[in-house]
Design a protein around this ligand. Structure first.
Ligand code: ZN
Length: 861
């Protein structure tokens, strides 16, 4: 599964709350004060009694949850046959499930199934030859306990058929940051009353939500083959796992499609979708590769998904296991509750992946497509045995984004992926540090975090760097081959790496997979009498995180154009390394390949950083130099470096340089601004042009109105949005007509930017425009759009303002998404300054809010 945008925002929000609420954070070298925020963990921490009396509990340490073992296997699922039809009006699934099962070890006289909120019509034991026997059962609306006619031994396979009605829409709501609802099956626009929205049915099984629409043993350590017959209105397309083996028109105008998956997969990977889709066909080694999109996006489906066959090829070769499943389909659905989901051979994406050609100028979706492709080996072919081992799915999928980028777009682009992952993880680590593999989570949904994804991906990268490419891929091949179609835990991964390399790797797996935290390193160096001394201090809290063993490369740059590489292994909290060098080096670079998952504070002089930029061998080294010199931009050598960087061949470096030149006040002012103006108008990459516009806008005493006006005609929506941002505080007469015409642009980024522009510059003419977009924007966009709407209404006449206030109040109280409620609340706040009545309303909204995170946020506002 891949995080949705919303999940990320939710997380950011949580971080905001966390960071602000946190009043005690132990800092290095000072005597830590006792924190009042967290209680000591109940147990399982390796802290002695004497230690706890003086040790501060870090705010990022979550209290420990209960032990979460893998589900005990009483039965093994073998095969599932589903016959399904749908009652759109009642949002119900009318189904028959025929399960073939076998006791796992002990003989069983009962079969316990997960089945959430069903009406059970009857349960039969199938005796063969068309004979059957009614079975009794107990049912508490969560689990169905079927009483068998006798005890069955593990040598005996039997079949049970259950006729039921599933009512996923009537289940109590739940969810997580990664999956915003756990209903399992979703009817979109079921009555056809929502204008402009197609009618669809789709499912989201992970984590244990498929049991909301068919009875199963809803655990990741089960595995089954399946056959799903979907009876739908004749006009709809269907999709499920495996192959479409039959499609039959029925007398009543419906059609029954039969999808069959002959290879076994875990129940959470089962999916169905129904709706009006265009199916764009591709192929790879004779297997169908299909893209299901809304008909109006049929023309660009290949532009979005077209690298999929190449990815199947790339990863088949890398892993040494040819893509095993019967086909590869991807579908984009409305109102999806996650980012994307790797259902075996039938991946679901959110509607946002459907892009126009123009939108594709600014971005591609390879990263999420590659993520789900990789799951077909790591997750689907070999599956984590329990959610505690989720990183065995997600870390590999996350790392797959890096591997694909490295292969397709080069080392610099890959380094940028790596940088983003590290930052994402470090952000989360401000507030939460847990082991990657954790058997004591409180809620299984908590596993879907930046640890399981981004930290895990980075850990795999370090493992690859440590053992080398050949051993890395050989070990992965053995792991996949040996464990195919089974469930695994992390030790199985460790053991193949140990077998291949011949080395005991317990140290690596312990510190990175089983312990929490990350190294926080202070790096200094000095030169004396022909010797370079490098000091590495591990400054992390070593009560709750380990002292790390870190194999790492150090590059010592003498006077030649090639550095001497020293491979060292850091093992102590404070350690000195000595290298001989005939002269004072120009640069001593710790972690030369920038592969460590760590927070590194490296003391380098201005000269060294300039040298580093000049001799950098990758994007990250250039970025570090720019970042390290950010405060010295006024110096001529530094601004010269940045102007040089504006012409770098890699666009990420150009963005970094443009951003570092914000509010530049040095001696080269005129020349610098002229350069940035050139970048804003001519750079080939839209992100760079957009960043340049934002930087121009930071020069408050200068008028770049004509540059912004020209940018409104840019091909890129990102650039247009940046220009709107720049014009917000300095509107020009010449741009007004163009801005009005942008109101019709079908791009949410532009609409959001326009919202910001009109917040300050709009008038009554835009009132209806605002109102209509309040209805159509998605949750994450509304979070910024609604505060702008509030600000805009400050200038509206009383009647319009009153109507807008009612709308915002309704959303602040009742919107299902708390991001929307918060956005609406902020919109109301913008109007409350002059209204005692509104202040009372806000107080009441705060008092009635039930979401803990949002309540915390309100307390801080
Ligand atoms: Zn994933």
């Amino acid at each position: 599964m891949k995080y949705p945008v919303l999940g990320t925002l939710t997380l950011l929000l949580a971080l905001q709350v966390g960071a602000l609420a946190q009043n005690v954070r132990p800092s290095q070298g000072t005597v830590p004060k006792a924190s009042t925020r967290k209680k000591a963990p109940a147990s399982s921490e390796s802290v002695t009694a004497t230690e706890t009396s003086t040790v501060v509990i870090p705010s990022w340490l979550p209290s420990s949850g209960p032990q979460q073992p893998a589900a005990t296997l009483l039965h093994d699922l073998q095969h599932t046959v589903l016959d399904l039809r749908f009652d759109w009006a009642k949002q119900q699934v009318i189904g028959t499930a025929t399960l073939t099962v076998r006791p796992h070890f002990q003989s069983q006289s009962q079969l316990v199934l997960d089945a959430k909120g069903f009406d059970i019509r009857n349960i039969r034991l199938l005796l063969g030859n068309g004979k059957e026997k009614a079975l009794t059962y107990g049912y508490d609306k969560r689990q169905l306990v079927v009483n068998l006619d006798r005890s069955y031994a593990r040598t005996e396979t039997y079949q049970v058929r259950i006729a039921y009605v599933a009512k996923p829409n009537e289940l109590p709501a739940g969810g997580s940051a990664a999956i915003t609802s756990d209903k399992g099956l979703f009817f979109i626009n079921p009555l056809g009353t929502e204008k402009g929205k197609p009618r669809q049915i789709w499912t989201q099984g992970e984590t244990e939500n498929n049991s909301a629409w068919f009875p199963t043993i809803d655990k990741p350590n089960q595995r089954m083959t399946q056959e799903i017959r979907l009876t739908v209105d004749g006009q709809y397309k269907t999709l499920s796992n495996g192959l479409l083996v039959a499609s039959k028109n029925n007398a009543d105008g419906t059609r029954t499609d039969t999808w069959k998956q002959a290879l076994p997969a875990a129940p959470y990977l089962t999916m169905i979708a129904v709706g009006d889709f265009a199916v764009v066909k591709d192929t790879w080694r004779g297997k169908a590769v299909d893209y299901y999109v809304e008909p109006k996006f049929a023309g660009t489906a290949k532009a979005v998904f077209g690298n999929t066959p190449q990815m199947l090829d790339f990863f088949s070769k890398k892993f040494g296991v040819e893509y095993p499943w019967e086909k590869y389909a991807q579908i984009a659905v409305r109102d999806y509750v996650s980012g994307a989901m790797e259902n075996t051979s039938a991946v679901v994406h959110g509607e946002g992946i459907q892009a126009t050609r123009r939108e594709l100028l600014d971005q591609n979706f390879d990263w999420v497509i590659a993520h789900e492709v990789v799951h077909h080996w790591f997750g689907n072919y070999v599956t984590c045995e329990s959610w505690a081992n989720l990183p065995l799915n997600e870390s590999f999928a996350d790392y797959g984004e890096f591997l694909w980028t490295e292969y397709k777009y080069g080392a610099d682009a890959a380094a940028m992926v790596q940088q983003t992952s590290l930052n994402h993880y470090l952000q989360e680590a401000e507030d939460k540090r847990v082991p990657l593999i954790r058997y004591t989570y409180r809620d299984k949904e908590d596993m879907f975090d930046r640890h399981s994804y981004q930290k895990g991906g980075r850990v795999l990268h370090m493992l690859r760097k440590y053992v080398g490419d050949e051993a890395f891929y050989l070990a992965l091949n053995q792991y996949l081959t040996r464990n195919k179609y089974t469930a695994v835990e992390v030790d199985e991964l460790r053991m193949v790496f140990e077998e291949v390399t011949g080395e005991d790797l317990k140290w690596f797996f312990d510190q990175w997979f089983l312990q929490r935290g990350h190294p926080e390193l202070r790096i200094t160096h000095s030169y004396n009498n022909g010797q370079v001394s490098l000091r590495v201090q591990q400054q992390q809290d070593t009560v709750y995180t380990p002292v790390y063993r870190l194999p790492v490369a150090v590059a010592v740059w003498g006077n030649s154009n090639q550095p001497t590489i020293h491979n060292i292994t850091v093992t102590k909290a404070d350690q000195q390394f000595v290298f001989s060098s005939s002269q004072r080096p120009n640069l001593v670079k710790f972690d030369d390949e920038a592969q460590l998952l760590a927070k590194i504070d490296e003391e380098l002089s201005q000269e060294e950083l300039l040298y580093q930029f000049q001799h950098a061998r990758n994007y990250l080294q250039k970025y570090q130099a720019i970042d390290g010199l950010r405060t010295k931009v006024g110096d001529l050598t530094v601004s010269a470096m940045l102007r040089n960087a504006l012409n770098d061949k890699f666009w990420g470096v150009r963005v970094a340089a443009v951003e570092a030149l914000k509010r530049y006040k040095g001696a080269e002012g005129g020349a610098v601004r002229k350069e940035i103006q050139r970048v804003a108008t001519t750079d080939t990459r839209s992100e760079v042009r957009a960043a340049a516009i934002t930087t121009l806008n930071s020069f408050s005493n200068e008028d770049f109105g004509s540059v912004y006006e020209a940018a409104l005609n840019d091909s890129s929506y990102v650039v247009i949005s940046a220009a709107l941002g720049a014009l917000t505080r300095n509107p020009t007469v010449n741009s007004q007509a163009k801005i009005s015409s942008l109101q019709e642009t079908p791009n949410t980024r532009v609409i959001t930017a326009l919202g910001g522009y009109y917040a300050l510059n709009g008038h009554l003419d835009q009132y209806d425009w605002f109102l209509s977009h309040v209805e159509t924007l998605q949750e994450a966009e509304l979070y910024t759009f609604l505060p702008n709407f509030g600000q805009f209404m400050q200038r509206m006449p009383p009647i319009e303002r009153e109507k807008g206030v009612k709308k915002l109040e309704m959303l602040a109280r009742n919107a299902p998404s708390y991001l929307v409620r918060l956005g609406a609340y902020k919109g109301l706040s913008a109007l409350a300054e002059r209204s005692q009545e509104l202040k009372t309303v806000l107080q009441d909204i705060r008092a009635k809010e039930k979401d803990e995170g949002l309540k915390g946020m309100y307390n801080l506002l």
